[in-house]
Design a protein around this ligand. Structure first.
Ligand code: GLN
Length: 253
């Protein structure tokens, strides 16, 4: 299962967030601590999307190779500062292709998205949900993977003007009902907010001052890391972190 990370705060070099910490995403790509059910390493690709200081739109870098094997990214990350980041290392679910376009973050406009987990019974379990999407969305999925479909479902709601926290919660809960036992840690971010769910996978948050980091696993031994209870949704800005339970009874009809 993949590992992901979101950050909002003062500008920092990507290296300091993604590569240098003792349990960075780089370390988690070959030595994750809390994978739970399936997968041992995250070697099927990686990606990072980030906002450089003063930029309105994010830049993105994705590869289908292990993070540790990409020296070009290490060089880029040392020279690049960001005020907001969504990044992930991938362990492909069996049957799903190892291609660059299956690596998170998925992106549109200012949005960056990642999924850590698996949709059970894929793809039949979520066929009815997929049919709610315009056929062009299905024909232009980033990749034939559960994560790419989840992104298309979230993006469809964002395009319709739904609030990001409502879009994430609605998609998470409708997929949890359509495909029980799915693992649905979703992460959506831009340069102002992060929304993340904990649904059968680990999730941690480190608040402030003036910054917030959300991650599948703490990237260092800072005592400020807080474990997010399973079946919760996190809504964070640079100055606020709100965590509340997800209630399957609230899913839309
Ligand atoms: N199942 C998804 C994929 O294969 C998400 C990655 C993961 O968490 N293993 O792309």
């Amino acid at each position: 299962m993949c590992r992901h990370l979101g950050y909002l705060g003062p500008a920092v070099p990507l290296t300091e967030l993604l590569l240098a910490p003792p349990h960075s995403l780089l370390h988690q790509s070959y030595a994750p601590a809390d994978m739970r059910h399936g997968g041992t390493i995250n070697a099927d690709g990686f990606g990072a999307g980030w906002f450089a200081p003063g930029e309105k739109d994010p830049a993105r870098y994705r590869r289908a190779t292990p993070m540790w094997a990409d020296t070009a990214f290490a060089s880029l990350a040392a020279a690049t500062r960001a005020t907001a980041v969504v990044a992930a290392v991938r362990s492909a679910t069996v049957g799903m292709p190892v291609v660059e376009t299956a690596s998170a973050p998925f992106a549109e406009g200012r949005w960056l998205f990642s999924h850590n987990g698996v949709v059970r019974g894929w793809p039949h379990s979520v066929e009815l949900l997929a049919q709610r999407l315009p056929v062009t969305d299905l024909l232009t999925l980033d990749a034939p993977t559960d994560a790419a479909l989840l992104w298309a479902l979230v993006r469809h709601r964002l395009r319709a003007g739904q609030e990001p926290v409502d879009a994430i919660e609605a998609v998470m809960l409708e997929v949890a009902v359509a495909a029980p036992d799915s693992r649905l840690n979703l992460l959506l971010g831009n340069d102002e907010l992060l929304v993340a769910t904990a649904w059968w996978h680990s999730l941690w948050v480190r608040p402030g001052p003036g910054a917030v980091t959300v991650a599948s696993e703490p990237i260092d031994d800072d005592p400020a890391w807080v474990a997010v209870p399973d079946r919760s949704i996190v809504f964070a800005s640079k100055t606020t972190v709100d965590i509340r339970p997800l209630d399957p009874g609230r899913q839309e009809q």
